[in-house]
Design a protein around this ligand. Structure first.
Ligand code: UDP
Length: 254
């Protein structure tokens, strides 16, 4: 089999050249990092679960009209995506205080925020991904004003939709990180959702016990990391319990 050309290797994923021009293959690794690479580890089976969880969420978002880079899942660890020009901004949407907002502003973790808060971070490992404002983004040309408007509107819509989707399976969506890219389609350029949506970049708390079901279990050495990711997949109805034929669909929590 011909070796595919590797385009990029990130902390949790590898991108390979795709089968057709304008496509890439996104490979999900089991590697986990935190605190800007200072903590490293492996979460066995994470890549397989994140591939499926992200596929599921991207498809549901596509169903409500959010354009995404996702084309289709290829196998256990790979998905076919459209090649986009990544906008160097991480968009964080928060519903409940946790992590950096709790530390920076002294808001106790678990406090419901008065409204959803959107923050932007400049993607630059050497600088520790500093928080930036829309002013910085447009002044330095990382995104144009209409692009950042699209990004903000899409992020809030994604948040509203995902809050409901997760609450339906007994999970509180505390916060999450999104990335967007420019898709060049003939003469047209469109902003589309890129990267992944998975327990690696969302904070997900069990709605009844507040137990953490996301990467904070790794960041904070809470144990049972694999089990938490599996439970998210199981509740989404995408973890085949008795093989592929056993697909049950989402499990509604009363
Ligand atoms: N996040 C991420 N990648 C980053 C930084 C944050 O996916 O480089 C996610 C993180 O998992 C959480 C949300 O964005 O769901 C908010 O993270 P926060 O700013 O609280 O930073 P952290 O506490 O993770 O350092």
């Amino acid at each position: 089999m011909a070796r595919r050309k590797q385009i990029y290797e990130g902390k949790a994923k590898v991108l390979f050249e795709g089968p057709e021009p304008g496509t890439l293959v996104q490979y999900f690794k089991d590697d986990a990092t935190a605190f800007n690479n200072k903590k490293k580890g492996t979460i066995t089976g994470k890549g397989v679960l994140n591939n499926r969880i992200s596929e599921h969420l991207m498809l549901r978002l596509h169903d409500i009209g959010i354009p995404t880079h996702f084309v289709r899942r290829l196998n256990m660890r790979e998905q076919l995506i459209r090649e986009v020009e990544i906008i160097p901004i991480e968009v964080v949407v928060r519903n409940i205080a946790a992590g950096s907002i709790s530390q920076r502003l002294g808001i106790p973790e678990g406090t419901a925020l008065p409204r959803s808060i959107v923050e932007y971070y400049y993607k630059k490992d050497e600088l520790n991904d500093p928080m930036v404002s829309e002013e910085h983004i447009t002044a330095f040309g990382w995104a144009a004003t209409p692009e950042i408007d699209d990004i903000l509107n899409m992020s809030l819509r994604i948040n509203d939709f995902l809050i409901g989707l997760f609450l339906g399976i007994g999970i509180r969506l505390v916060d999450f990180k999104l990335e967007f890219g420019r898709l060049y389609d003939n003469e047209e350029v469109r902003i589309v959702l890129a990267d992944e949506i998975s327990p690696d970049n969302c904070r997900l708390w069990d709605a009844s016990t507040n137990e953490k079901m996301d990467k904070d279990r790794f960041r904070r050495d809470l144990g049972k990391i694999e089990e938490a990711y599996q439970e998210v997949a199981r509740r989404l109805g995408i973890l085949p319990e008795g093989g592929q034929a056993d697909y049950k669909g989402p499990k509604t929590i009363q």
